[in-house]
Design a protein around this ligand. Structure first.
Ligand code: GAR
Length: 302
């Protein structure tokens, strides 16, 4: 199968993962290194960044993964930017969204749209030292052990239910940089393992507890039904993408049927396509984009 422009379209039965990055992207690199293994169960299909110069964007493009920039400065206010990020992520029809060094807070509109299927990696043992300076704050406090946490994103800052953690000892003579580098070694392994497990086995949130695995009744499908959290939202709300924590995520891509990219309304570079802010994409471009981006890597950068 080929795109209209002749690029190969890859298909996969793996869970579709969209990764959000702001910086160098070493965690993204680890996911990209893992996702070619058919047994891994997850595949990075898109990368979104708030920064045009984020190293993670280059890593994505080198790996043939579509990369998108949604810079806050291009939008009138935070709510508009937040909505644009959500739309940019939605284009890739994610089963799972991973914040890997994404240094901005996403508002309830984003969190609600991808509720129960958004993970964040943080360089400290939460609930200690949340926020943008987890390593610095732990060091300043004088802890002898810190580490990293992968958690489900909720409306708070680094407050969501914890999926996995690894401890990293603080060594005499550590500064923020040396400690962060050691944490990142542990963090990459933890993130790769956790994303793979969530993709393969499913995830269920039960209050503050996160349970992985089919035995938890989490997932009946390898793709799509990745997350199931107790609650009572209706199916139509889920189909509309308005599910919140408490809503079962039932089908692929939150259950939405078909491909639909009518309005991007954001400044996005889908590796070769530039969509201007707030411009409605014409119907042919919409269908083409939808068709191309419906593939795993867009095939656009090949
Ligand atoms: C990671 O250590 C991640 O935990 C941290 O930024 C680093 C990104 O590294 N995130 C936060 O501090 C979020 N509060 P990377 O760009 O090399 O993956």
């Amino acid at each position: 199968m080929q795109t209209p422009s002749g690029h190969p379209v890859e298909s996969t039965s793996a869970a579709r993962v969209v990764v959000l990055v702001s910086g160098a992207g070493s965690n993204l690199a680890a996911l990209l290194a893992a996702h070619d293994d058919a047994g891994y169960g997850a595949r990075v299909v898109g990368v979104v960044s708030d920064k045009a110069d984020a190293g993670g964007l280059d890593l994505a493009r080198e790996a043939g993964v579509a990369a998108v920039v949604v810079a806050p400065g291009d939008f009138a206010d935070r709510a508009a930017w937040n909505e644009a990020v959500a739309q940019a992520v939605d284009v890739f029809r994610p089963d799972l969204v991973v914040l890997a060094g994404f240094m901005r807070i996403l508002g309830p509109a984003f969190v609600g749209r991808f509720a129960g299927r958004t993970l964040n990696t943080h360089p400290a043992l939460l609930p200690s030292f949340p926020g943008a300076h987890g390593v610095r704050d732990a060091l300043a406090y004088g802890v002898r052990v810190t580490g990293c946490t992968v958690h489900v994103v909720d409306d708070g800052v680094d407050t969501g239910p914890i999926v996995a953690q690894v401890a990293v000892p603080v060594e005499d003579g550590d500064d923020e940089s040396s400690l962060h580098e050691r944490i990142k070694v542990a963090e990459r392994a933890l993130l790769v393992e956790t994303v793979g497990r969530v993709a393969r086995e499913g995830l269920r949130v039960d209050g503050r507890r996160v349970v992985l695995g089919l035995s938890a009744g989490a997932s009946v499908r390898r793709r799509g039904a990745l997350a199931r959290v107790g609650g009572s939202r209706s199916c139509s709300q889920l189909l509309l993408g308005t599910g919140t924590p408490g809503a079962p995520v039932l089908g692929p891509h939150g259950g939405g049927g078909g491909l639909n990219v009518p309005v991007l309304g954001l400044k996005a570079v889908y590796t070769g396509i530039h969509v201007s802010k707030s411009r409605h994409v014409s119907s042919w471009a919409s269908s083409w984009l939808a068709w191309v981006l419906g593939s795993d890597n867009g095939g656009l950068s090949r």
